[in-house]
Design a protein around this ligand. Sequence first.
Ligand code: MOS
Length: 746
Amino acid sequence: MPDTLDTHVRFGSNSGQPITRRDGRAKVTGGATFAADNSPDSVLHAVYVPATIARGRVTALDTAAAEAHPGVTHVVTPQNRPPLQGDPSDKPTMFSFRFEALQDDTVRYAGQPIALILGETLEAATEGARLLNPRYEIATPRTGLDEAAHYTFDPDAFGKPADTVHGDPEAGHAAAAHSVDVTYETAPQYHNAMETHAVVASWDGDRLSLDMPSQALSMTCAGIAYYFGIPAENVTLRSPYLGGGFGSKAIPTGPYVLAVLAARMTGRPVKMMLTRQQMFGPVGHRGQTRQRLRLGTDAEGRLTVLDHAGLSATSTFDDFIEPAANASQGLYAAGALRSTHSAVRLDVGTPGPMRAPGEASGSAALECAMDEMAETLGMDPLEFRLRNYAETEPGTGKPFSSKALRECYAQGAERFGWADRPLQPGQMRDADGLRVGWGMGTAFFPCPMFMAEANATLRADGTAMVETSAADMGQGAWTALAQIAADSLGLPLDQVEFRAGHSGLPDAGVAGGSGHTATAGSALHAAGGDVIRQLGEIAAADPDSPLHGAGNAGFTARDGRLYVAGDDSRSDAFADILARAGGAEVSGAGSASRAPEAAEAHAMNAHGAVFAEVKVDPDLCQMRVTRLVGAFAAGRIINPRLAESQLYGGMIWGLSFALHEEARHDPARGHIVNADLAGYHVPVNADVHGLDVISVHEDDPYVNALGVKGVGEIGITGTVGAIGNAIWHATGKRVRRFPIRIDDLL
Ligand code: MOS
């Protein structure tokens, strides 16, 4: 008899079910406690004063006027700010950004904190902030890509994209029978989660307690701890609910650190919640880009070269670069591939990861350039993409772990009715005389895994508790992850208590990169498997168990019972096994990450195809996206309802990118003139018409034990280009700038 148990933990009845979001009711009824809902006794309210210029120096502040306000307790400026133990220019974690926290009187971007007011009430602190009346020495702001010098990358830059070359691009250009050389621009965009950034900070000696929304709890604790010279384990971070994140809540930024500093300085809890306007600057954004794409094909339309050069904006004091040109690696087979990045320093807050960083902007330009190439060839855009379909990873020749992109093209095209599309633009009108255009784009997103840990405990009564510090931004992590956990334990969902959103729990890593379900889910899967393995050992060794001696065959767990694998007649209930063992609990642990060998062996990506219909008013040039069909293949779908919802969301981001979102800078002072949701446009329901998501079946034995790839961000890729291409198809006008505006079509 072998001394190891081959225990099978298989997918049970929970995964694959379209269960509604478990936190949904609490969120829509006001029952969910968001960070700013916490008001500890004697809490002070913090309001920071944002710089209203983008470049220069603060020359005067009426601190006396603010201090004289009866409700104001403290006015913090660079003159009296207590020191931080860790330098805000340092990068203590992988997700650290340099930030402005009242170090000096220099203004580096509009919206930068220049003073902090603390008050007994929010109203008092707000009024105090208004009394400060800052005066400035104003320098000419640089807010456009042509207004600043290129710079060389800091080797330690976070998010610095590697330049990549495969094959000989110059030879590819020389050999091309057809070519396009086009330059696309994308606007600066700001995250604008519904819940603005908020923190409630309390100190007890050198222990810090934080209520704040976080996409990366452990890393945030480590980052904050660094600035205050305490061990990371001294920080307790509660983040049970987030009202959106989009990347910006993965990073401890300046306002958070200032609020924590204020709490330490005053010895009282401090609450700070950013106003909508304050979201435009200190908490990251998507930097603007200019991307040149040079494509060449042979006479039959096979790419001889795909050459993508991205220019991105970053701040004057940090180095995040939108890795846009990376989008051209990994998608189309081309004789030669080149992706390069350069950047300019502008007087803006540091950009950061936002909704498919790199891929979103890069795919917008790439998919339009592909359409222009197809136009040049006189070829259907879908046929052109199929002609350049990559059977192995372009450049490296690595096999894909799985790739159902062909099926995505086919199913999406079928649902959309793509076959009826006229090749030439300007051919279609609807019954009201509106111009109609159809465009498509390929969706593409890598499927990274981070590191995560989880625990699982099977209780004496046969129910279980699982824990990991996962973050649910609204994407449904608490639901999908709980489904995975319940299956790993062979229990119905309602028998599994799921604890997440607290830094004291095992580290679930980052809810980002579309990798949270894959990573935290794999850790939970492993933890559940560990419990079942132990339970099997107990049962197999128990003479009173129907499973006695069955360890050799292995076990399957389902519906709260352990079965001999392949033999449904022999089973034992969890609770009975545990009762005979003395009523003990069984605890297990699991962790997940991707082995480097696995990443070496296969290229791993999710794919999709997006088809767009637009209607354009021939007189007013008003544009409407009337239909979006997206077919996506992203491995195993744990919860079809939530996955579909993520993909809808992603496609709406794409619509937003294509036609709505843009931060505009005032040329004289450099501040963002539309820094609120009235001026900074995002789609409302009236802008979103037919949305159709097809989930294409895909089995992937390599990405992770779950076969999960992730669906958080892929929806935005493909969609932007599809809409841009549809507008060309409706009007015959190529607009090479996003968002596309009415005046671009005049
Ligand atoms: Mo994201 S931009 O991976 O939260």
